[in-house]
Design a protein around this ligand. Structure first.
Ligand SMILES: *[C@@H]1O[C@H](CO)[C@@H](O)[C@H](O)[C@H]1NC(C)=O
Ligand SMILES: *[C@@H]1O[C@H](CO)[C@@H](O)[C@H](O)[C@H]1NC(C)=O
Ligand SMILES: *[C@@H]1O[C@H](CO)[C@@H](O)[C@H](O)[C@H]1NC(C)=O
Length: 191
């Protein structure tokens, strides 16, 4: 009995730490992406596009994944000091984790890595006649993530040819957090 209680106790301790969720890099279950997220890091080959007053500098509030893996993404952008709510629809494609979105042009967004519980890393690419705009996003379930996850993101950015100096940490800027709240709660209770 004592042993049983000890085991139970340990399980609770372990479960409480919660850091050990499997990292998934393919064959994603998109429904598990649904829910609240925070923008932690953004990176781009064209850094100005993720700097202040750019529509691409999006502060995610939540993602709703539909049965066919399309996603509705609710986010805020800050333009001239004002937080503006936007909702995007990313239409699923035949490829797992990949969807197309019309937002400041036509872009393809791919989920590249997640554990569903702590973080998700997306890659977005927009082909234009003038060249390619690429962006990577590190989203966290909480307003910040561990330094290890930020390093992992840097690694993946490098793999995609985005240099470290083109990565912005947004955890210390105004992410329009005051604009969140009731909307996110409504969305998750609607499920
Ligand atoms: C993908 O995941 C599903 C369960 O979510 C599983 O049944 C299937 O075998 C997996 N496919 C591959 C190729 O890993
Ligand atoms: C997926 O579902 C959404 C919502 O039901 C719908 O608007 C969209 O057209 C669907 N997309 C595809 C590719 O079937
Ligand atoms: C994406 O491409 C379109 C042209 O298809 C262009 O007008 C738009 O500015 C691009 N958006 C970004 C963020 O680079």
């Amino acid at each position: 009995m004592k042993l049983l209680l000890l085991c139970l106790g340990l399980t609770l301790v372990c479960a409480h730490h919660g850091g050990d969720h499997d990292v998934v890099m393919s064959n994603f279950t998109m429904s598990k992406i649904s829910g609240e997220w925070y923008t932690i890091l953004l990176a781009s080959n064209i850094k100005e596009r993720i700097e202040e007053n750019s529509v691409m500098r999006g502060f995610v509030e939540y993602i709703q994944a539909w049965d066919n893996s399309s996603m509705t993404i609710k986010l805020d952008v800050k333009l001239n000091g004002e937080c503006i709510e936007t909702s995007l629809f990313c239409d699923s494609t035949a490829e797992n984790g990949v969807c197309n979105v019309i937002y400041a042009g036509f872009a393809t967004m791919s989920l590249i890595e997640t554990d569903y519980y702590n973080y998700a890393i997306f890659h977005l690419i927009n082909f234009t006649s003038e060249g390619t705009f690429e962006m990577m996003m590190l989203y966290g379930r909480k307003p910040d993530v561990s330094p290890e996850l930020k390093e992992r993101f840097e690694e993946l950015c490098q793999k995609h040819g985005i240099a470290k100096e083109n990565i912005l940490d947004l955890t210390n800027v105004d992410r329009c957090l005051q604009a969140r709240g009731s909307h996110g709660a409504e969305a998750s209770s609607a499920n």
